[in-house]
Design a protein around this ligand. Structure first.
Ligand SMILES: Cc1ncc(COP(=O)(O)O)c(C=O)c1O
Length: 454
């Protein structure tokens, strides 16, 4: 084997050549270099161990270093590393499509593969547009999602994304995307079913203002990631489903993060009891062992394309990549054999209880989430609910918590797309021991931040 590049050289090469995501280029050479993973942990090039409290990027559901998944990739690469799904098929894509159809609720039986979450969202938008055209309703092309929700960065998905600082500099985006109120509940006037009602009604308001005959679909995550794990209040999804049905609008459940056990179910719509017309998914589909995404589509939506001349004029070279599909099949086998969704249901209360011990800290305002997916919203004073200024927020997250939690050996996410939050999404193999370690580190880092910031 060729001699590996030294640590110093790697940093120098990164500084000169690497362009990471959502990151200032000026800092590229100083990013940690992660070289290996094992279970809930990863290791940097100094051999230092970190608890991966974010599962990579909300995706390493079965944990790091799974030999079963590496073997599946190896076997598939030896047999057929690639062949397109453009007028051809291959066994791993066929088997995975059938497996996903068997796991997805209701009549979600048809699977279009891509390589990630954003292109699954693009696929879904194009598909609903064409579906309505084929059904004689070509005016329906608009979509509604929620404020601050993240659905990807390609120009169509970016239009659906509701984060102004990510969207605005790339205008004009694909026309026809609108954003409704999200279900952020902390410090809101409305709570519970009342919140569900106003948030669902806001979607209906847009449908009515735009004209139902122009609206194709509503895109929602079961638990909205950006903004800090915004859980749906009771009856929210039932109300949204009713509204969609009343106006002939389709419902897309963007489960890029929430599927494959993260919320204790293979598909998170099952947790909240609603039936989508399309599920978009990625990340936990392969636990990140290969890039793969999918739009799982109802028989009703596929119907105009079956036994007709109507062709979905959409394709991605790596759609249904054999290695990704083989890994996904092995990954789902692990999820099922080890009953990892069941494990999440078994331990989610323990996770929440452990996190809730942090409520005695002045900066800890709200702890919310479901399954193994939590956000901790930070405020200047939880007793008075005083919020941080923008400068304080930047100092707290970028200047203190982010570097300090990492230094203490925890990978989590600090973000301020809305109010400042710490986000956690550990691998589904985590248990009470890892929860304690997460909370021990967070307590230390937040306590230090309180001391520094007064
Ligand atoms: C809900 C949701 N949709 C879409 C995406 C985009 O996925 P990708 O980065 O694979 O394109 C993400 C990414 O985090 C996501 O969380």
């Amino acid at each position: 084997m060729a001699e590996r590049t030294s640590k110093a050289e790697l940093r120098q090469l990164a500084r000169k050549h690497l362009w990471p995501c959502f990151s200032p280029l000026s800092e590229t050479g100083s990013y940690p270099v992660i070289v290996s993973g094992d279970g809930c942990y990863v290791f940097d090039d100094d051999g230092k161990r970190y608890l991966d409290g974010l599962a990579g990027l909300f995706l390493t559901n079965v944990g790091h270093g799974r030999k079963e998944l590496a073997d599946a990739a190896y076997e598939q690469a030896n047999k057929l590393h690639f062949f397109p799904l453009w007028t051809f098929a291959h066994p791993s894509a066929i088997e995975l499509a059938a497996k996903l159809a068997s796991l997805a609720p209701g009549d979600l039986n048809r699977v279009f593969f891509g390589s990630g979450g954003g292109d699954a969202v693009e696929t879904a938008w194009k598909l609903v547009k064409q579906y309505f055209r084929a059904m004689g309703q070509p005016g329906r092309y608009k979509v509604i999602s929620r404020n601050i929700a993240y659905h990807g960065t390609t120009l169509g998905a970016l239009a659906i994304t509701g984060v102004p600082e990510i969207r605005d500099r790339y205008a004009p985006l694909a026309p026809g995307a609108f954003h409704a109120r999200n279900t952020h509940a902390y410090l809101q006037k409305e709570q519970g079913e009342e919140l569900a009602e106003v948030c669902a009604n806001d979607i209906e308001r847009i449908i009515l203002e735009e004209g139902p005959e122009t609206v194709a679909a509503v895109f929602l995550e079961p638990v909205q990631n950006a903004g800090g794990c915004l859980v749906p209040p009771p009856t929210y999804f039932q109300r949204v489903r009713e509204i969609c049905d009343r106006h002939g609008v389709l419902l897309v459940s963007d489960e890029t993060i929430c599927a494959f056990g993260r919320l204790g179910h293979m598909f998170a719509c099952n947790r909240y009891g609603y039936q989508p017309d399309i599920i978009t998914c990625a990340k936990g589909l392969t636990s990140g062992y290969a890039p793969l995404g999918a739009a799982i589509v109802s028989d009703r939506l596929a119907e105009p394309f079956v036994d007709s001349d109507e062709t979905f004029m959409h394709g991605i070279t790596y759609s249904g990549h054999p290695i990704g599909c083989a890994i996904a099949l092995a990954n789902i086998e692990v999820l099922e054999c080890e009953n990892l969704p069941g494990r999440v249901l078994q331990y989610e209360d323990a996770f929440r209880s452990e996190l809730e011990t942090l409520y005695d800290l002045k900066f800890v305002g709200d702890i919310r989430g479901a399954g193994y997916f939590y956000g901790i919203e930070l405020v200047k004073d939880s007793a008075t609910h005083e919020r941080f200024t923008e400068a304080e927020r930047n100092h707290l997250l970028g200047g203190i918590l982010s570097p300090r939690t990492f230094e203490l050996g925890l990978i989590c996410r600090t973000e301020d797309k809305a109010e400042p939050v710490i986000q956690l999404s550990p691998p589904l193999i985590a248990g009470p021991e890892e929860f304690r370690e997460i909370v021990r580190i967070l307590r230390q880092a937040i306590t230090e931040a309180q001391e520094i910031m007064g």
